[in-house]
Design a protein around this ligand. Structure first.
Ligand code: CP
Ligand code: NVA
Length: 298
């Protein structure tokens, strides 16, 4: 039994295998019966469109069934201990897919469950999203060791995931984050110690220069809504617009995990433009969830 709480839960070889399997799942529109007779619980403590739907549909494509649990409609919202919740749910179902706040929440669930736990986003990481974003890049540029990825904006869960991803896939990552909003030093140090090609500055032009993929994300993530105004002023120089994209490699693609705020972290022109690949990213969530579930749950 194994979990997928961060991309470190898969080896570089497994990560590559999952990537190729997701591509095959997509190309062949593969459906299986590997989850036949199994039920997976989706615990969502935060809103979701893509992650929830792609997991639910993916579970159906693998022959299983799913059940959504939210704090408002379960004892989670009335502070039943996570340890008890994990032990109880383990008696009913075959896996947990969890979207929540602190990474320690998915860790506690995993420590106490006797079934696999998959991280569907925490404040710290979004491992399923980075796996799927790598698929979106790989489809266009299979030689990932020749790819430069730019990250512009908040040093958040997605920035951390791109950093972690650089230990599993050979892309070079250049981040530009404002002072006070940098990725966690220990996340960075761990990846650098493993030889990931990563540099960090506060300069969006430097990060984007020569990049093949330019990524950004919202300035205030879920749970940080009250910081929105303050962050709008801190991040004002970090909008990905046509001018900034002009520093990227010719034909560079714009990426965003979505949902996006047009006119904040990205201009409407760029996100709606011909080099935006946001909907391919969104579609690939489905194919990648199936490949991840095949490894972790089947
Ligand atoms: N990208 C992503 O995780 O989207 P949702 O919040 O809609 O699941
Ligand atoms: N950083 C964003 C990602 C949403 C998919 C958040 O955590 O809200």
């Amino acid at each position: 039994m194994r979990h997928f709480l961060s991309i470190y839960d898969v080896s570089p070889e497994e990560a590559e295998k999952v990537l190729l399997r997701a591509k095959a799942m997509k190309d062949g529109d593969i459906r299986t019966t590997q989850l036949s007779g199994k039920t997976i619980i989706l615990i969502f403590e935060k809103a979701s469109t893509r992650t929830r739907v792609s997991f639910e549909v993916g579970i159906k494509h693998l022959g299983g069934s799913s059940l959504l649990m939210t704090p408002a409609e379960s004892q989670l919202g009335r502070s039943e201990p996570l340890e008890d919740t994990a032990k109880v749910l383990s008696r009913y179902v075959s896996g947990l897919v969890v979207r929540t706040f602190g990474q320690e929440i998915v860790e506690t669930l995993a420590e106490n469950a006797t079934i696999p736990v998959i991280n569907a986003l925490t404040d710290q990481y979004h491992p399923c999203q980075i796996m799927s974003d790598v698929l979106t890049m790989y489809e266009r540029t299979p030689k990932l060791d020749q790819v430069k990825v730019a990250w512009v904006g908040d040093g958040n869960n997605m920035a951390h995931s791109f950093i972690n991803g650089a230990t599993r896939f050979p892309y070079a990552l250049s981040l530009a984050c404002p002072d006070g909003y940098l990725p966690d030093q220990e996340v960075l140090d761990r990846a650098l110690a493993l030889g990931a090609k990563i540099d960090l500055s506060d300069d969006p032009v430097k990060a984007v220069s020569g990049a093949h993929y330019v990524n950004t994300d919202v300035w205030a993530s879920m749970g940080q809504e009250e910081e929105q105004r303050e962050r709008e002023s801190v991040f004002a120089e970090y909008m990905v617009d046509a001018n900034l994209m002009g520093h990227a490699a010719p034909g560079a693609k714009f990426m965003h995990c979505l949902p996006a705020h047009r006119g904040e972290e990205v201009s409407t022109e760029v996100i709606n433009g011909p080099d935006s690949i946001i909907f391919d990213q969104a579609e690939n969530r489905l194919h990648m969830q199936k490949a991840i579930m095949e490894l972790i749950l089947a």
